[in-house]
Design a protein around this ligand. Structure first.
Ligand SMILES: [Zn+2]
Length: 244
């Protein structure tokens, strides 16, 4: 496994970082402690949340429109705790996402607008999760469409020429892609110092998390094997692609 003491995010100048994930709450669950670490190191982080999250309830009294607005509000509050104010919601319906050309165009538009140095998304190859579960199809679709948008669509001006001609959004090369939710990580970040901030941010997703104390316990139990009760360590893992 990679060495967590190496500092793969030791960029010399502040970076513009864009996180593209499927649902409200994905940015916090997948990489919230990393985001908090990056913001505190002086980098600027934006989110693009692809779906409304409008299927994520067992409450029979809530319809999709109401749930969408609840979840977007929760997402803004959670992001604020990490230090993220800039969120683009693409408002695709939850649960039905496919990595089609329209989704690729919409994400390309966001990339060409934000013009990130670093982009974070999730691994479309993860069908079975590390803890023997099934990965959500929206996660796979969002990851696939995002990678397809990074390369080649955002890079080449003749891809989605209307973005260039009509919207004046020129091509953009994303320098690095960090893929989370992957079974093949090659970067481990020590996020011990921001793990509690991640938990605080997750608390904002009230409609999703059930009993907050149980969630906190679950999250605190994710410490590394070499942790001691007095000195817990926490990590978030990525596969890093250097493109530019
Ligand atoms: Zn999700």
């Amino acid at each position: 496994m990679p060495d967590p003491d190496k500092v793969p995010d030791g960029w010399e100048t502040p970076q513009n970082i864009l996180v593209v994930l499927a649902h409200p709450d994905d940015p916090e669950f997948f990489c919230g402690a990393t985001t908090a670490r990056w913001v505190r190191a002086g980098h600027h982080v934006s989110y693009c949340v692809v779906t409304c999250g409008d299927k994520g309830t067992k409450d029979l009294s809530i319809g999709p429109d109401k749930l969408c607005s609840i979840r977007q509000k929760e997402q803004r509050s959670a992001a604020k705790i990490l230090g993220v104010d800039d969120i683009k919601f693409l408002n695709y319906p939850d649960g039905y996402l496919t990595p089609d050309i329209n989704l690729r165009r919409d994400i390309t538009r966001v990339i060409r607008t934000i013009r990130p140095d670093i982009l974070v998304t999730c691994d479309p190859q993860t069908l079975f999760t590390a803890n023997a579960g099934l990965n959500h199809p929206d996660h796979r679709a969002a990851g696939q469409a995002t990678l397809d948008a990074v390369f080649p669509a955002a890079r080449d001006h003749l891809n989605f020429i209307e973005l260039w001609k009509d919207e004046k959004l020129g091509p953009h090369i994303v320098r690095e892609v960090w893929v989370c939710g992957t079974l093949e990580p090659d970067i481990i970040l020590d996020v011990t110092e921001t793990w509690e901030i991640k938990i605080q941010a997750l608390f904002e997703h009230t409609s999703q998390i059930g009993d907050p104390e149980k969630l906190a316990e679950r999250m605190r139990n994710r410490r590394t094997a070499d942790s001691t009760p007095e000195k817990p360590h926490y990590e978030e893992k990525f596969r890093r692609l250097i493109l530019g």
